[in-house]
Design a protein around this ligand. Structure first.
Ligand code: SAM
Length: 313
């Protein structure tokens, strides 16, 4: 298991360095997530794929206009704005990096100023500091919650899932999207593990050492959820992996020689991840908090160190 607490220093390294920020702002246009490509579509249209992935999330949430939704790990708020604009949801985004929250607020203000909001917007998303292991919300607050490629950063996924369960109303819906190992790490070949594990450490992905495609449904059930669907969506994600690899293979080969490779962590990760892609699956898990609590109930969130707002953001 990895660290037992929030690694803000590591997260700042992953997202705060110049290379990362250039990658996410210029290449990914502020979205910090992969894309969904339908069969027959071109893999090169990365931004369309990203918008389609957001649409998949909105459809899986399947909530009525005006429903309140938690975005756990909102980044620059691209997904939150998509849920508000295209699905009319009232989104509360939390993140642990103040650099991301500042960007989310700035971009949302700009979108509102430019009339960017769609016809279905219930209210502009709000963004505040929050750690999904210890959410600053009352029990039974939200109709829905989602994590778009954020749970990999969790040092204690069962605890995060228990928090999602706690803040959802009975009947509330949870959608988790993201990559995971197809099998437990100790079942990988030594060669695959020697590539994958340093990558998980460099990207601060402790969660990916704890959950994997096989145990995630059980972790959700242990947290008190009924699993509606565990969708292996890898074929829809693979075209994005292929395109990103093709774009960045050469830049990474050059930059690792001429500069400090640590500055280009995201380039490195997209290229290195490709080498072990057969062990990585992309899943969409949809789960529901039952209307009546099960007799055994979810595991309580234990007391732990309180980590305050990111002061260096
Ligand atoms: C890959 S980015 C995804 C951002 C956003 N969901 C998107 O798709 O654009 C992961 C995000 O999770 C945030 N994060 C990591 N650990 C977190 C935690 N414990 N609580 C809340 N957010 C967290 C990071 O700061 C980062 O913004």
């Amino acid at each position: 298991m990895g660290a037992q607490e929030l690694d803000l220093t590591g997260l700042r390294r992953v997202y705060g360095r110049t290379g990362s920020r250039l990658f996410y702002t210029r290449v990914a246009r502020n979205a910090r997530h992969w894309g969904w490509t339908e069969p027959g579509q071109s893999k090169w249209r990365l931004w369309r794929a990203q918008r389609q992935l957001e649409d998949v999330l909105g459809r899986k949430l399947a909530l009525p206009t005006g429903a309140s939704v938690l975005d756990a790990g909102c980044g620059a708020g691209v997904v939150a704005r998509a849920m508000a604009d295209r699905f009319g949801l009232a989104v509360t985004g939390v993140d642990v990096l103040d650099i991301h929250l500042a960007e989310a607020r700035r971009l949302s203000a700009r979108a509102a100023g430019g009339g960017g909001a769609g016809a279905r917007t219930a209210a502009p998303p709000s963004f505040s500091w929050g750690d999904y292991h210890r959410l600053p919300f009352e029990d039974d607050t939200f109709d829905g919650a989602y994590s778009m490629e954020t749970l990999v950063h969790s040092y204690d996924p069962p605890r995060a899932l228990a928090e999602f369960h706690r803040v959802l109303r009975p009947g509330g819906r949870l959608v988790l999207l993201g990559p995971m190992s197809t099998v437990p790490l100790d079942e990988l070949t030594p060669q695959a593990r020697s590539v994958l594990e340093p990558y998980l450490d460099a990207m601060v992905f402790p969660g990916a050492k704890i959950y994997h495609a096989r145990n995630m449904p059980q972790l959700l059930a242990d947290a008190g959820f009924e699993v509606e669907e565990a969708l292996d969506a890898t074929p829809y994600y693979e075209p994005t992996s292929e395109a990103v690899y093709a774009y960045f293979r050469l830049p990474w080969a050059v930059l690792r020689r001429v500069g400090d490779p640590a500055r280009w962590l995201n380039l490195r990760s997209t290229v290195e991840m490709y080498a072990v892609r057969e062990y990585i699956a992309w899943y969409v898990h949809t789960a529901v908090k039952p209307a009546a609590r099960p007799a055994t109930g979810p595991r309580a969130v234990p007391a732990g160190p309180v980590v305050g707002p990111d002061p260096a953001g």
